[in-house]
Design a protein around this ligand. Structure first.
Ligand code: PMP
Length: 404
């Protein structure tokens, strides 16, 4: 291993605490990740030294804040290999980014009978906005089904695409099952019928390098807080010709060129889509998170995470009463324990300082498709987890079992 995990963990102050008199074992990374000190420092440095509104004022602090804010945009662009920083729009997160595309692109470009393709694995954030678009425009939603192993059925997907398909909106990695979707193949199917493509990268960015030009998707969205950055900041990347054609979504200050009561003209990209004072600190914090991740040996981190994943899957497979759902590949592992309600197990794990999540994981249609209406227990990994964390979870399940 090219890094020392204990040294790396010192960068994340929240990991060093005790919870319920046990050292914290944080396995809820799919919900949100912990933040390294340099992100916390970037936030407090901004508020202590640079706090000013961006873009407008002719004074030194505003200049510094603008530079840091726009510098963070360039960091995002480099991180996902966007051709230009202008193609990076700040949003509050994945949800807002998808809503922006749904309301600006979807509401204006789709017509009755047009088809939107989603998948059974989608998070509600990549379902509900499209249902709103469908309800308003008469577009129809088609859903890629699952195979018997709860992966996307590519053969069935191929039959859904036609000249009626106008949009594919697809997650890169499932937050509920940790499955990596075959997005390259699906994007190719969408392109073959000239459909626009949106990739929900919320669960991918923290685990794997992302190259939007190699993916050749039209839109890519993610949340800063799943990439070791602050909450309340996220990204919409879009192809320039589409972003330029799309009307603004929210309107007001910051996003205009000229306003009179007779007429308003809108700003250029990216400002056209950024109404109001943005989350300046959040953007700068996300830039710091990207600096942090980029400075690591990402291949070594990914290998480390894979080892933990194998340790977890092997440990769970050795428990006859435990059932792993699907074939987790990265991040999240969903499972059930016979005769134990997920919430009861999570409570007993929490008493041991082990943080996991239970429920439908904002993927109710997936849970319905799997016949798992009571949801699952989900443990989700990040690169700062250790073999001890995984061992603690496995031992925690054994201990909880004694209780039942
Ligand atoms: N999509 C996926 C795959 C997610 O995991 C999440 C967060 N759980 C979202 C979308 C929504 O992200 P946010 O709540 O940060 O907007």
């Amino acid at each position: 291993m090219a890094f020392d995990i204990q040294t790396l963990r010192l960068d994340f102050p929240a990991l060093a605490q005790s919870v319920n008199d046990h050292p914290l074992v944080y396995l809820d990374n799919a919900a949100t990740t912990q933040k390294p000190q340099i992100v916390l420092d970037a936030l407090s440095h901004y508020y202590q030294q640079q706090n000013a509104n961006v873009h407008r004022a002719a004074h030194a602090l505003s200049g510094q804040a603008t530079q840091a804010f726009e510098g963070a945009r360039s960091k995002v662009a480099r991180f996902i290999n966007a051709p230009e920083a202008k193609q990076v729009i700040w949003t509050r997160g994945t949800t807002e980014a998808i809503n922006l595309v749904a309301y600006s692109f979807g509401m204006h470009s789709l017509k009755a009978g047009d088809e939107i393709i989603l998948s059974t694995l989608e998070h509600h954030a990549n379902i509900v906005p499209w249902q709103q678009v469908a309800a308003a425009t008469g577009a129809i939603i088609k859903v890629i089904p699952l195979t018997a192993t709860a992966e996307l059925d590519l053969a069935a997907a191929a039959t859904l695409f036609s000249t009626r398909t106008k949009l594919l909106a697809i997650g890169q990695v499932s937050n509920a099952l940790g499955v990596i979707n075959p997005i390259k193949e699906l994007i190719a199917m969408a392109k073959a019928v000239n459909a626009v493509t949106l990739v929900d990268g919320a669960q991918a960015v923290g685990h794997m390098p992302v190259d939007v030009q190699a993916l050749d998707c039209d839109f890519y969205v993610f949340s800063g807080h799943k990439l070791f950055g602050p909450t309340g900041i996220g990204v919409l990347y879009g192809k320039r010709h589409l972003l330029e054609q799309m009307p603004p979504w929210q309107t007001g200050g910051e996003m205009i060129k000229r306003v009179s009561f007779a007429r308003t003209s809108f700003g250029e990209l990216p400002f056209k889509f950024e109404a109001g004072t943005p989350n300046i600190a959040g953007a700068i914090g996300l830039g710091a998170a990207i600096d942090y991740v980029s400075a690591q040996d990402r291949t070594a981190l990914a290998e480390h995470e894979q080892q933990l994943m194998q340790q977890l899957l092997t440990g769970l497979a050795a428990m006859p009463d435990v059932h792993v759902i699907g074939r987790p590949a990265v991040g999240a592992v969903s499972f059930l324990v016979d005769d134990v309600h997920p919430q009861d197990l999570a409570t007993l794990l929490d008493m041991q300082g082990i943080a996991v999540r239970t429920g439908h994981h904002c993927a109710m249609p997936l849970m319905q498709a799997l016949g798992l209406e009571q949801g699952t227990i989900r443990a989700s990994l990040a690169f700062y987890n250790t073999a001890d964390d995984v061992a603690a979870l496995l031992a925690g399940i054994d201990k909880a079992r004694e209780f039942f």
